[in-house]
Design a protein around this ligand. Sequence first.
Ligand code: NI
Length: 256
Amino acid sequence: MKLIDTHSHYNDEKFDNDRDEVIQNITNSGITTIINAGYSLESSKRAIEIANNYDFMYATVGVSPNDIENLENNYIEQIKEMAKEQKVIAIGEIGLDYYWNKENKETQKEIFIKQVELANQLGLPIVIHTRDAVMDTIDILKNKVNCNKKGVFHCCPLNTELIKEGLKLGFYISFAGPITFKNSKNAEEIVKMVPIDRILTETDSPYLSPEPVRGTRNDSRNIKYIAQKIAQIKNMPIENIAEQIQKNAKTIFKIT
Ligand code: NI
């Protein structure tokens, strides 16, 4: 069975001591593809460097709403320059986060929109991070900026309105550990809402380990628990789910 992790952070310091070893173990475990996501200028640079070491790894570059403090003025030029690298397949993670940052909503919106415009200019899809900001995220994508290549709601919040609007706008929905959590009330309802040709799987490693390994450092080998949960809810063989998700990832990210 071929599984894919469309969003992880091997650029995180939690992997500094054993990064190569972990990635080597993942290579041997049937994971075909990993996308290493940037969230700041520095982490984007690192995401590319690490992806360059492994055939099966790609990178995204962008500035997340939680990393905009002291952002350099020429950040768009810097992201644009990084996006020229062969391994870069999307702009992200970008978006809005009013859970961690409520004081700078207008700045978050402005930086989000500028990066969507850059993605359009480069012909790349976007990877969206949104938390406690559903209405503003939808408003931006519907009314403030055209997103030419669409993209992905990463670690998608289990919010019916967001999923409904996201699907209507043509986006993919990427599920992570939270759909396996015992206290997630509506995971089943949400996964049922998303047609299988619009679903992606991710770990968001090193964070958000799924059940039954919740609380440990997460890595791409745990993607199987997320795929299993989707298979169970969709009442389909996991092999078929895995195959469809491969197709979806190839379609949106243009990877082989
Ligand atoms: Ni992330």
